[in-house]
Design a binder for this molecule. Structure first.
Ligand code: GAP
Length: 410
């Protein structure tokens, strides 16, 4: 269903996903703070990306490079000269954040990285020398990037501080088209894994003249946000632009000797670049659902269980019955130890507790009632499990709960 941006922004704040940055001071344009559920959602997405793009592969190496880099990096990469947006009066404004390193006269101007990519290109040689990878191989990184956007807008869509998940995949130049296609499909597979419907993600071939200075081919993966169809991710063929430039500027040989072809050359690069924050906005918009349940209107986030911030909520039917609360606490502790993202809630009536969990996208709620304690002997040590999407409840034995949820989370 379509949802307006205000609804998402207000749910995100009300339910502890995302707050305006420096909120009590009136905010700071283009900055956002993630609350408990937003941070959990971001971690789930980053972990899934790392699993799919690094851990499950044997040709991609994860790195975690410094955000502040030698300014020569950004001169060589073309960002000092070319990373600019036009301002309202037609002048060019470089959108890199300047900062100073060191004190007084000695201080040197440098920049916060505008893309995580730079930290990977400068480590190409370190990885070749330490890991001895065979082509093709990639470096991957998740981290913050900073851009002094002239007009930050549309919630976390265009921020001044945001996070990227990027791979720089080094290849033989004559194989670029085949690798580009494989990475195109990898991005599509990722979109499916996080629950974005295929009819919400659109590929746009970016025409020459609109591509970044380093790219010979770019596909933008666009998403239907409440404010229109806009970029979610990018896939670029960066040729040997970066390694050539850094090799020349640093004076360090960044060529690679290919044992297979017995040739020495500068590898070319395919780069899938995914924004964490835009991913969060896309999954929030895509998961947002309103329906009617038991004659009442409700709102829920239909997250894929794998990315949901909380997997299971545990409720004692009544707060003022110590035997129910004790049993519920015991089940809660057992599940939390195994599944991690489990919460306990005994506040308000059951209906209210379901609404709260629906709005943060918790796939399952457990209720411990008098039957759990043996009021009906045949139901002793069972609990009700309510499904978020259908509202339907089934009874499950307490002893099976861990394997029951682990199966559903696969
Ligand atoms: N290394 C390539 C690169 O940085 P980009 O298209 O400028 O390419 C890649 O950015 C991704 O980073 C975008 O597709 C988007 O997901 C995210 N991104 C870029 N600018 C952003 C901003 N101001 N706020 C939030 N996310 C942003």
């Amino acid at each position: 269903m379509s949802v307006d941006l205000e609804t998402i922004v207000s749910l995100a704040k009300r339910r502890g996903f995302i707050f305006p940055g420096s909120d009590i001071y009136g905010g700071l344009a283009g900055t956002w703070d993630y609350g408990p559920y937003g941070a959990e959602l971001a971690n789930n997405l980053k972990n899934l990306w790392w699993q799919m793009f690094v851990t499950e592969r044997d040709d991609v190496f994860g790195v975690d490079a410094a955000i502040i880099m030698n300014p020569k990096v950004w001169e060589a990469s073309g960002h000092v000269a070319g990373f600019a947006d036009p301002t309202a009066d037609g002048r060019k404004f470089n959108t890199m954040f300047k900062t100073n390193i060191g004190a007084g006269e000695e201080a040197e101007t440098t920049y916060l990285r505008p893309e995580t990519a730079g930290g990977m290109f400068v480590n190409f040689k370190n990885i070749v020398d330490s890991m001895h990878p065979k082509l093709p191989f990639g470096l991957a990184q998740i981290g913050k990037a900073f851009r002094n956007e002239i007009a930050p807008r549309d919630f976390i869509f265009r921020a001044r501080e945001f996070r990227q998940m990027e791979v720089e995949y080094f290849i033989r130049p004559n194989e670029w088209e085949a690798h580009f296609e494989v990475w195109r499909q990898a991005i599509q597979a990722w979109c499916r894994a996080i629950g974005l419907a295929s009819d919400q993600v659109h590929e746009l071939e970016v025409p020459e003249g609109e591509r970044a200075h380093y790219s010979k081919r770019t596909i933008d993966f666009e998403f239907d946000y409440p404010f229109g169809r806009k970029e979610l991710y990018g896939l670029a063929y960066r040729t040997d632009f970066d390694l050539q430039a850094h090799g020349t500027a640093s004076g360090v040989d960044l060529s690679y000797y290919d044992e297979e072809t017995k040739e020495r050359f500068i590898p070319h690069v395919i780069e899938p670049s995914l924004g964490v924050d835009r991913t969060i906005l896309a999954v929030l918009c895509s998961a947002y659902t309103e329906d009617e349940l038991g004659g009442e209107k409700r709102v829920y986030l239909k997250f894929k269980p794998a990315i949901a911030p909380i997997k299971v909520a545990v409720f004692p039917l009544l707060k003022n019955k110590p035997e129910l609360v004790t049993k519920a606490r015991e089940i809660y502790q057992g599940l939390k130890k195994e599944l991690g993202a489990v919460v306990f809630d005994d506040n308000g009536n059951i209906g209210k507790r379901y609404r709260r969990q629906d709005e943060i996208g918790t796939p399952w709620c457990l209720t411990i009632d008098f039957d759990t304690l043996g009021e009906q002997p045949e139901l002793k040590d069972t609990v009700t499990v309510r499904d978020r999407d259908t509202g339907q409840q089934t009874r499950q034995p307490v002893s099976d709960l861990i394997s029951y949820f682990n199966n559903l989370l696969k």
